[in-house]
Design a protein around this ligand. Structure first.
Ligand code: TXA
Ligand code: MG
Length: 322
C-alpha cells in the first residue's frame, strides 16, 4: 500500500477514508495519532494490525465537541465540566464508564472509555469533518517511541496505512495525561502536560497510579514502551554522564549525550533543551534521531518538576531494560 501525505486543505479525502472504514494518521498537540471510526469495529481492528498492538490495550476516543461525549458514556460527572472549562480541548484524557455505543474492541472489553478533545486545529477539523468519534492510539509501531512529526509516522508505518495528515511538529511532544474519573478518588493513570498540581485546582485530592502495572488500570502502562532501537540509559548527573560517555567511547562504542549542547563540551550531543516543556517537546525526536546514528544513548536526567514528572515517566520506560 502506498502511504499518501496530505495537507489540512484536503481533509475531506481523509474523512472519506474514515467513513469507508479505513485508518488515517493525524497530528495532535501531544503526538500523532492513528485514527479510525470508533463506532466501526472492523475499522478499529485495522489500527491494532498496523501497529502490532496487543488487543488488551484500550484506545482513546477523540472528539471535537464536548456534547459528543454524551452518547459514549453512561454518566457524565459534574467535575467533567469543570475539567473541560480549564483543560479541554487539550492534553487530558478522562476515563468514564462507557455506554453500549462504544464497541468492545475499542476498550479492550473493558467497561470504561478514555475520552480526549485534542486542541490541535488540524485534529479538530479532521474529527469534525469525519462526523464520528475517532479512536486513536499514538501512530507508532507498538512499543516504539511515539511520533511527533509526519516523518516519524512514515518511519514506522510507511506502506501500512493509506494516509497521513501533515500538521507540523507536535507542540507538547508527549502523550496526554490519562485521568480515571470512575474511581472514588480521581487517579492519574499516565502523567502528562496536565499535571497533578494543575488537577488539584479542581479536586481536593488526586491519586497517582505510578505502578499502574500492578493493577493494570491503564493496560498500556504494563508494556515496554517508548523504546528507542539503541541502548538508552538515564544519568543522574552531568559528571556521571560525561564519564560514561568517555568510557563508552574508549570501549569503541558510538555514544551520544541528550542534554543542553553547552554541557556536552564538544562531545556528540543532541540538544533537548533545559526546561521541562522544552525537553517534553524534543525528547521523542531526539530518541528517534539518536537511534539511527548512535549505538549508546546517555540522557541527562531532567528535573521532575511540573511536566518533568511525565517526561521522567516516559524516560524510565525507554531505559527500562538497562
Ligand atoms: O496524547 C495522547 O493520548 C495520544 C494522542 C494520539 O491522543 N494517544 C495515545 O494513545 O497516547 P495510546 O493508545 O498510545 O495510549 C493510551 C493510553 C494507554 O496506556 C491505555 O492503556 C490508556 O491510555 N487507556 C486508554 N483507554 C483506557 C481506559 N478506558 N482505561 C484505562 N486506561 C486507558
Ligand atoms: Mg502509544
Amino acid at each position: 500500500m502506498e502511504t499518501e501525505i496530505i495537507t489540512a486543505k484536503e481533509l475531506s479525502r481523509a474523512a472519506q477514508i474514515i467513513r469507508e472504514g479505513g485508518i488515517v494518521a493525524f497530528p495532535t498537540e501531544t503526538v500523532y495519532g492513528l485514527g479510525a471510526n470508533a463506532l466501526n469495529p472492523s475499522a478499529v481492528e485495522k489500527i491494532f494490525l498496523a501497529k502490532g498492538r496487543p488487543q488488551d490495550n484500550p484506545l482513546i476516543v477523540h472528539l471535537a465537541r464536548l456534547e459528543d461525549v454524551f452518547p459514549l458514556v453512561t454518566e457524565v460527572p459534574s467535575v467533567f465540566f469543570e475539567l473541560a472549562d480549564r483543560f479541554m480541548p487539550g492534553p487530558l484524557t478522562v476515563v468514564l464508564k462507557k455506554s453500549v455505543a462504544v464497541p468492545s474492541v475499542v476498550v479492550a472489553n473493558g467497561s470504561t472509555v478514555g475520552i480526549r478533545f485534542p486542541s490541535h486545529p488540524v485534529a479538530r477539523a479532521f474529527i469534525s469533518e469525519c462526523r464520528c468519534p475517532i479512536a486513536a492510539p499514538s501512530a507508532n509501531t507498538s512499543t516504539h517511541v511515539s511520533p511527533t512529526t509526519v516523518q516519524h509516522v512514515l518511519d514506522d508505518l510507511d506502506g501500512k496505512i493509506p494516509m497521513i495528515i501533515e500538521g507540523g511538529s507536535s507542540d507538547v511532544g508527549i502523550e496526554s495525561t490519562v485521568l480515571d474519573l470512575t474511581s472514588e478518588i480521581p487517579t492519574i493513570l499516565r502523567p502528562g502536560a496536565v499535571t497533578a498540581e494543575m488537577l488539584l485546582q479542581v479536586f481536593g485530592r488526586v491519586d497517582s497510579c505510578s505502578v499502574a502495572i500492578k493493577v493494570a488500570k491503564a493496560p498500556g502502562m504494563k508494556y515496554k514502551h517508548y523504546a528507542p532501537r539503541a541502548t538508552a540509559v538515564l544519568s543522574p548527573s552531568l559528571e556521571a554522564a560525561l564519564e560514561l560517555y568517555d568510557k563508552k567511547r574508549a570501549e569503541g562504542a558510538n555514544p551520544v549525550l541528550l542534554c543542553p549542547e553547552e554541557k556536552a563540551h564538544g562531545r556528540n550531543c543532541i540538544d533537548i533543551g533545559e526546561s521541562g516543556e522544552q525537553i517534553a517537546h524534543n525528547i521523542y525526536a531526539a530518541l528517534r534521531s539518536a537511534e539511527t546514528i548512535y549505538d549508546f544513548i546517555i540522557i541527562l536526567k531532567p528535573s521532575e518538576e511540573g511536566i518533568g514528572n511525565a517526561v521522567m515517566n516516559r524516560l524510565s520506560k525507554s531505559t527500562a531494560n538497562e
